[in-house]
Ligand binder design. Structure first.
Ligand SMILES: [Fe+2]
Length: 221
């Protein structure tokens, strides 16, 4: 377990593992008798035994292989689990238990209302999930930077629109919970993330494109 947070009347627990410092979150009430997960990116065995069969719903931030790598294990253990995927995702046909979601949808999971924000750019079916003061960002935003735009389906200008118009306009004290533990800390507020992330400080779209190009060059050197 990476950490466990108690927020008001619910609990967020983060588990690290998978392909590359992936994080799968389990969220539920403080009794943890029913939980939902964000992604299925760490092996089921990484989760506490007592929670493995309590998963009622799985929210998929996007369908890059590492984020759905262990979905079959989660479904096998929880045959009634519902899987939420962005509408039109090419992954949809691989999975029978999917519920398709769209931008702006409100998902009522175990008495918590979760808002779906479609945030393409890193990948076409990328979604972020917002409830109360918590925002699950998948690979759209990490702590310290945005996601990358080097895979098939990525688009840097689309990412700019998603990040700057849908995420950075949210209240600054909302906490970001990313899909990988790549930053100096595993989670932080939107306000703080802007402060520590040059890629979140662009003046406009062209400036962001330039900053991303510089960032990608720095990854090569
Ligand atoms: Fe990804």
């Amino acid at each position: 377990m990476l950490y466990s947070l108690r927020e008001r009347d619910y609990n967020i627990t983060a588990f690290l593992g998978g392909y590359d410092k992936n994080i799968t979150y389990l969220v539920g009430n403080n009794r943890l008798d029913k939980v939902w997960s964000v992604d299925a990116s760490v092996p089921l065995n990484n989760l506490p035994i007592k929670l493995q069969d309590k998963i009622t719903d799985i929210l998929i931030t996007h369908t890059h292989g590492d984020h759905v790598a262990y979905l079959d294990q989660y479904v096998k253990k929880n045959p009634k689990v519902k899987i939420y995927l962005f509408k039109g995702s090419s992954f949809e046909k691989h999975c029978e238990k999917t519920i398709t979601i769209m931008d702006g949808d409100i998902l009522p999971l175990n008495h918590i209302k979760i808002k779906v924000l479609h945030t393409p750019g890193h990948y076409p079916d990328s979604c972020c999930f917002l409830f109360n003061d918590s925002l699950f960002t998948g690979d759209t935003v990490f702590i310290g930077r945005t996601g990358r735009t080097i895979s098939i389906g990525s688009n840097v200008r689309t990412l700019y629109k998603s990040v700057y118009s849908k995420l950075l306009t949210l209240q600054g004290d909302i906490t970001i919970f990313p899909g990988h533990d790549y930053g100096p800390e595993p989670y932080c507020s939107i306000k703080k993330n802007i402060k520590i992330s040059p890629l979140l400080q662009a003046e406009d779209e062209d400036d962001f494109v330039q900053r991303m190009e510089e960032y990608e060059r720095s990854r090569l050197s």
